[in-house]
Design a protein around this ligand. Structure first.
Ligand code: TIU
Length: 225
């Protein structure tokens, strides 16, 4: 397959067309704190098992992207160890006994450098794959993601990861406002809440693709050949 010719993926609301060499796979926050017991996700009262079904399809898509020599970008939500980039409002939200920065079973919750903050081993970044450390839900806010995309000549994004209605949706909306077309494979994104999974995807593809396109990993793999 030539990576510089246009390919078409069956998607909703209509086919998503992209040049693979100009399209990055952006994997959002597949961190132990969200996917494993004892982390931030569970601390918020969530059932982390809901997210784990996304691991296998993400592994396949990531393997295909790497095999084709295409751009992969990972993100992690978290904060500096001194918490100077943690908004006080985010620190106290939820009124949990344990909050961001406190010690949990996998180290300090959502703090950079801690075990829980890192990406799960199944999807671990390669040394040449940029990892965007973001303090917010969107991957563009207070990060160098846009500079990296511009420097690499990236025009479109395939966005996967967790959670569908929070960091994935926020990132897709931020990307859309910056002129990037986004494709979201439904099996590669997950929510703690089945109803938010459904609605989070509907919101993206409604109104003629108001924020982007929705498909699945098999259709993207088929398009890549
Ligand atoms: N709580 C929740 O659904 N998500 C987050 O806090 N962050 C991300 O989505 N990564």
């Amino acid at each position: 397959m030539s990576t510089s010719t246009l390919v078409s993926v069956e998607a909703e609301p209509y086919a998503f067309e992209f040049i693979p060499a100009e399209t990055a796979l952006v994997i959002i926050d597949m961190q132990r704190d969200f996917l494993e017991p004892g982390g931030f996700g569970e601390m918020l009262g969530n059932d982390v098992s809901q997210l784990r079904r996304t691991i296998e399809p993400n592994k396949k898509l990531l393997a295909a992207w790497r095999a084709a020599g295409l751009q992969v970008i990972h993100t992690r939500e978290g904060h500096r160890p001194d918490l100077t980039d943690l908004p006080p409002a985010k620190k106290i939200r939820g009124k949990s006994a344990t909050t961001i920065g406190d010690v949990g079973p996998m180290g300090r919750i959502l703090v950079r450098g801690e075990e829980g903050h890192d990406i799960i081993k199944e999807l671990y970044p390669l040394p040449d794959e940029p990892v965007i450390d973001k303090p917010g839900k969107g991957a563009f806010f207070a990060t160098d993601l846009q500079a990296i995309l511009q420097n690499k000549g990236i025009k479109k994004l395939v966005v996967t990861g967790v959670t569908t209605e929070v960091c994935v949706n926020t990132t897709v909306r931020e990307a859309n406002d910056r002129g990037y077309d986004c494709l979201v494979p439904s099996d590669c994104v997950g929510s703690y809440f089945p109803e938010f999974q459904e609605m989070g995807l509907k919101m993206i593809k409604a109104q003629g693709g108001i924020f982007g396109w929705v498909s699945d990993s098999d259709k993207i793999l088929a398009a890549l050949g």
